[in-house]
Each structure stands twice: as C-alpha cells, then as structure tokens.
Design a protein around this ligand. Structure first.
Ligand code: NAP
Length: 174
C-alpha cells in the first residue's frame, strides 16, 4: 500500500477543504502514478474533487455518509475494514492512499512507500501530513531535480517505510 501526497516545507496538505498548491506538473505526476490503479480517500477529499471520482481509477471513499448522483465513486466504505475489503477486490492493482489528513493518519503505518511532491514554500494550513522525517521507520530514498511553474518551486520525493504494519494484523482493530 502506498501513499501519495503534496506537501510544503511544513508538511502542510490543505486549507479550508482545498489544496495549498496547484501545478500542471504535479497533476501529470499524480496521473502517471495512479492511472489504472485504486485510490482510497476520505469523504472530505472526495467532496473537494471538482468533477467527482477521478477517471480511469477505482475510487474508494471512506465515509460515514452516503453518495448519490453523477459523482458516485466505485465504492463507499463506512469503516476501515470495509475499505480494506474493497481494496482486496483489486489484488492486481496498486493501492494508493490519497488523503486527506485523517485518512493518511489512519493508514500511514500500513504504507511501505510514499510519493511526495514537495513545494519549497510555506502557507497557512489546517491539515498536515505526519512528518515522515520524524518517524523511525521512514527514510527518503530519492529526490528529483527542482522544478518551477507559476513561481512555485517543487520536487518529487520517494520515501520508504522499512517496517510497515501488516494489514492482516489490523483487521477489526481500527
Ligand atoms: N496535499 C495533498 O496531497 C492532499 C491530498 C488529499 C487531500 N488534501 C486536503 O486535505 C484536506 C482534507 O483532509 P481531512 O483530514 O480534512 O479529511 P479527509 O481525510 O479527506 O476525510 C475525512 C473524512 O473521512 C471519513 N472518515 C474518516 N475516518 C473514518 C472512519 N473511521 N470511518 C468512516 N469514515 C471515516 C469521514 O467522511 P464523511 O465526512 O464523508 O463522513 C471524514 O469526515 C483538504 O484540504 C484537501 O484538499 C490534500
């Protein structure tokens, strides 16, 4: 299971229900990594998507509510166990934890890999990713060259967790 997120120097993810930064290069990067695979996201992140479920990918939404109409995701899971059961229906695809803050916090210990877009900026934020550099098992494995778009500087980092928790041990616990 892998995590994908864009953060800034403070590991900030979002503010007021939206993203902090937007670049075409990051959209392309996210699309290239996730196309054809499975995304697991929280209800707040799903509701923040301008056109609903992301096309070409299985969208699984963890929510205590219901979803109707045009933007129906492939699956609505009401518990973490249900979300994991939905993921298990796609054993041949990559499983991406897609955010936001609550869902990252829940599932971070079970991820073995994180694709992080790092913006070299700091903005006011209300949602944060736990700092991977403060967690004992996580290490940065690579970092791309710096890019610039619309006065935003950013790079792509790959992090790995040397000791992820096994999903099987978690069922029924969260
Ligand atoms: N920078 C990035 O890469 C990135 C990526 C994704 C999101 N974001 C940002 O992150 C922010 C949203 O994050 P967030 O932490 O506020 O919300 P979130 O993690 O997207 O979603 C939280 C929601 O998930 C559902 N949920 C959480 N735990 C659950 C459980 N145990 N059982 C059932 N449902 C559960 C609930 O949905 P319901 O409310 O539907 O019941 C809850 O309100 C936004 O600003 C968004 O733009 C940033």
């Amino acid at each position: 299971m892998r995590l994908i997120a864009s953060v800034d120097e403070s590991w900030a993810l979002g503010q007021g229900g939206g993203l902090l930064y937007h670049t075409q290069a990051d959209v392309r990067h996210l699309r290239e990594l996730t196309m054809g695979h499975v995304l697991l996201m929280g209800g707040k992140t799903f509701r923040s998507l301008p056109n609903g479920a992301l096309p070409g990918r299985v969208n699984i939404v963890l929510s205590r509510g219901e979803y109707h109409a045009v933007a129906t995701p492939a699956h609505v899971a009401h518990t973490v166990d249900e979300a994991l059961s939905a993921l298990e229906q796609y054993p041949d695809k990559e499983h991406f934890i897609f955010g936001g803050g609550e869902i990252y916090r829940l599932l971070l210990p079970y991820c073995n890999h994180a694709d992080i877009t790092r913006y070299a900026h700091t903005r006011r934020a209300d949602t944060f990713l736990p700092r991977l550099d403060g967690l004992p098992n996580w290490a940065k494995m690579s970092q791309s060259l710096w890019h610039e778009e619309d006065s935003l500087r950013f790079c792509f980092e790959v992090w790995e967790n040397a000791n992820p928790l096994r999903i099987a041990g978690k069922r029924g616990i969260i």
